[in-house]
Design a protein around this ligand. Structure first.
Ligand SMILES: *Cc1c(COP(=O)(O)O)cnc(C)c1O
Length: 427
């Protein structure tokens, strides 16, 4: 495989960018080698600067659920670009996307748009504290909720990949109100609730995707809803990754729970920088200009980004790809397990809707500790094997693979063949 131009750009990028990237997982630190520089993408394929073509299972870490360059989305964006990029004033687009989002989430009466998942989450922390007049928050080890100070502890993929426990520059004071619980272990939450009467909110990824895909048990998620409700603690469900991905709306509906505050990002912006947080009326009433909790943004609700979001959600609704996602994810799971068996490799697979993860270990993965026990050296070999064979997956054992709605049967065959070839190389 020719990587000449990617290598040159990686060198060149080091001069004025930090590690030649604007987000650390892109640096390929955990898999070594040279990160790929991308040039263009169409449908299910992405092309690097050396002209190599891949089936894209990264999809910009989630947003490109329709594949790249969906015609309707492109048209909607171009139309808005012609009309103006940003006005610092309200537009009808915002009202339209807000209605689509609130209609899709049963527990949401009102929503505020921001510019990233991180921003949605940090606003939700402030909102939960404002509403409950309490200070502590609970998060689960291995869940990632963006890079705001208070939640940058035990935060999954990016950090696990870099092997740093938290982050330099986060003062102890910023995390002293953050309590860590274990995913799928309700007693670890009960213990905090018993010991602390100052908990504003519990934050959770409904399907974890940032320690690799990890699925909550029915009893865990149901009990979590019950005990938080009883204790007057808000349940903040972080659907930045899962929103509109496994169904139209949120994973919480599939799991049979309802959040007090829901956070969104990724798909809702259709590839543009959008985040959102929403809740029942009485909670959202706290937010300025209606209430005393301040939160603002120069580019929030940007009309171009809103146009991309609206058209993406419209397309998702009309394509309704969710059954197909399940079928294709199951095919990928079967291919992975068969190839592993063939080569005598220990492997377990987690999947939910259009999210899939192989973990290189024999036993099931239900929390971060178990995820960390897998053979990451083997993952690295497997990763490069897939790249060599034209399939682009995230450069980390701890990131979910994503499917898009335009994956064809031919793509599926190619993915299966690439898995077979890469698993041999991982032996
Ligand atoms: C990606 C992600 C975030 C952060 O969103 P950004 O847009 O990268 O700031 C937060 N929570 C979850 C679950 C995510 O997957």
């Amino acid at each position: 495989m020719n990587n000449k131009k990617s290598k040159e750009l990686y060198e060149k990028g080091q001069k004025h960018l930090v590690g030649a990237v604007n987000s650390p997982v892109r640096a390929f630190n955990s898999v070594g080698g040279n990160p790929l520089f991308m040039e263009k993408a169409h449908g299910s394929k992405i092309y690097d600067v050396d002209g190599n073509k891949y089936i894209d299972l990264v999809l910009s870490y989630g947003p490109m659920i329709l594949g790249h360059g969906n015609k309707k989305v492109v048209e909607a964006v171009q139309e808005q670009v012609d009309a103006g990029f940003t006005f610092g004033a309200s537009t009808e687009n915002e009202i339209e996307l807000a209605k689509m989002v609130c209609d899709a989430f049963p527990g949401m009466d009102k929503v505020r748009f921001v510019n990233s998942g991180t921003e949605a989450i940090l606003s939700a922390i402030r909102l939960a504290r404002a509403y409950t007049k309490k200070n502590h928050i609970v998060k689960f080890a291995g869940c990632y909720h963006g890079h705001s100070d208070a939640l940058l502890v035990a935060a999954g993929s990016g950090l696990a990949t870099l092997s740093i426990p938290g982050s330099a520059g986060v003062p102890n004071d910023a995390v002293k109100n953050t309590l860590i619980a274990e995913y799928n272990d309700i007693d670890s939450v009960k213990k905090h609730i018993a010991e602390c009467d100052d908990i504003a909110a519990v934050f959770i990824e409904p399907i974890a995707g940032n320690m690799g895909t990890v699925i909550p048990s029915n009893s865990f998620i149901t009990e979590l809803r019950e005990i938080t409700k009883q204790a007057g603690i808000l349940l903040v469900i972080d659907e930045v990754m899962t929103g509109f991905r496994s169904k139209f709306g949120g994973a919480q509906e599939l799991l049979g729970v309802e959040a007090d505050i829901t956070c969104l990002g990724k798909v809702v912006g259709g590839g543009f920088p959008v985040g959102a947080y929403g809740a029942r009326k009485e909670i959202m009433q706290m937010v300025a200009p209606l209430g005393a909790m301040y939160q603002a943004g120069t580019l929030s609700g940007n009309p171009v980004a809103m146009a991309a979001g609206i058209s993406t959600l419209e397309e998702l609704k009309s394509q309704n790809p969710y059954a197909k996602f399940n079928t294709q994810a199951e095919q990928i799971e079967k291919a992975l397990l068969a190839a592993a068996k063939e080569n005598g490799i220990d492997l377990t697979v987690n999947r939910f809707g259009s999210m899939v993860n192989p973990f290189f270990k024999a036993k099931k993965v239900t929390n971060f500790t178990e995820a960390q026990e897998c053979d990451t050296d083997r993952f690295t070999k497997f990763f490069w094997g897939l790249i060599e064979n034209g399939v682009y997956i995230p450069p980390s054992q701890f990131e979910a693979w994503f499917l898009c709605s335009v994956l064809s049967d031919d793509d599926m065959n190619k993915i299966t063949n690439a898995i077979n070839a890469a698993m041999k190389l991982a032996k």
